[in-house]
Design a protein around this ligand. Structure first.
Ligand code: GLU
Length: 316
């Protein structure tokens, strides 16, 4: 039996988009008889107390998970081993570039936008020694390909850039693309369901998995929740977290009462074409092929929660 997972970054409260993706990851895992694991991606952007609130909110919408919650900061032995393997295979090189260096570097006319231009790939040992005294090095992967096609349950075959991406940042922290591949492998995760903002990173991750001899997971990248301007939903878009909604919110000149987590869950399920009620009921009719392939636009809480869903607007 394999496992699926949800891997939030504890940078703040989960918003409706994160909760919707978490519900989908749970539905994909449970509907295929997999375990469902939670991994807190706290190598970067961790805010004190955020993890606790995130776990509480996931439980409040009805998610359950297997085993203990893993934290990336407690998984360094796995990263060290994988890094040594790549080093021994001659697949790493030191990179001294700043962001500015990368932006200003000359590029071949056919170079993919956003790809590392290869500036430090072939430095001489003397040059490396000199640069080390100026700036700590990041470690990059010596990628063997420029692009790769991955199969995605929702997006179909997706071809994207594989460049010499960063494995370990120059502050010594394992880079996201590296940590996620090592963790998924060591945790036995064979199903990756996440927001489609990460689809473009997937060819890099799949290439790295192959180099590490890791099993390639099945991928399903789910459409995001957008605000009415078509931008990815964010906390600044207003009452978009369970915390905000549970204290009531102001909109259209009205003050609305608290929205319960179950009412939030039901609106998220409806946005996926799934029936209201406990997630176990949605599970019975869950069918990946029937999922919407377009982003869900979340306009304003007052469109979704009013007196008819147990939330009564009251005048401010
Ligand atoms: N931690 C990442 C995020 O919150 C997700 C990583 C993943 O699912 O691979 O965006």
């Amino acid at each position: 039996m394999g496992a699926g997972r949800f891997a939030p970054s504890p940078s703040g409260e989960l918003h409706l988009g994160n909760l919707r993706t978490a519900i989908l990851a749970w539905l994909f895992a449970r509907s295929t008889g997999r375990d469902f694991l939670l991994r807190v991606e706290d190598l970067d952007r961790a805010r004190a107390g955020a993890e606790e609130v995130q776990l509480r909110d996931l439980e409040a919408v009805g998610l359950s998970w297997d085993g203990i919650v893993e934290r990336q900061t407690e998984r360094t032995a796995g990263y060290d081993r994988a890094l040594e393997q790549l080093r021994a295979d001659g697949l790493l090189y030191e990179c001294f570039c700043t962001r500015r260096d990368i932006a200003d570097a000359p590029r071949a006319p056919h170079a993919a936008p956003g790809a590392y231009p290869g500036t430090c790939r072939d430095l001489t040992e003397g040059e490396r020694a000199r640069r080390r005294s100026e700036r700590p090095a990041a470690l990059r992967l010596r990628s063997a390909v420029d692009e790769l096609t991955v199969a995605d349950a929702l997006a179909g075959d997706y071809t994207g850039v594989v460049d010499d991406f960063v494995i370990r940042r120059n502050d010594g922290v394992p880079a996201y693309n590296f940590a996620v591949v090592v963790d998924d492998d060591l945790q036995g995760i064979d199903q990756v369901v996440r927001g489609d903002d990460l689809l473009s990173s997937t060819p890099r991750q799949a290439h790295l998995a192959a180099l590490l001899g890791a099993q390639l997971p099945g991928y399903a990248h789910v459409p995001l929740v957008l605000n009415p301007m078509g931008k990815r939903l964010a906390k600044r878009d207003g009452a978009v977290t369970l915390g905000d909604l549970s204290t009531g919110f102001a909109a259209d000149g009205n003050q609305y009462d608290a929205v319960a987590p179950a009412a939030v869950r039901d609106v998220l399920l409806a946005s996926l074409g799934l029936p209201a009620g406990p997630l176990e009921q949605a599970l019975e009719v869950f069918e990946p092929a029937a999922l919407p392939r377009e982003p869900w636009i979340f306009d304003s809480p007052s469109t979704h929660w009013d007196s008819s869903t147990g939330t009564t607007p009251r005048h401010a």
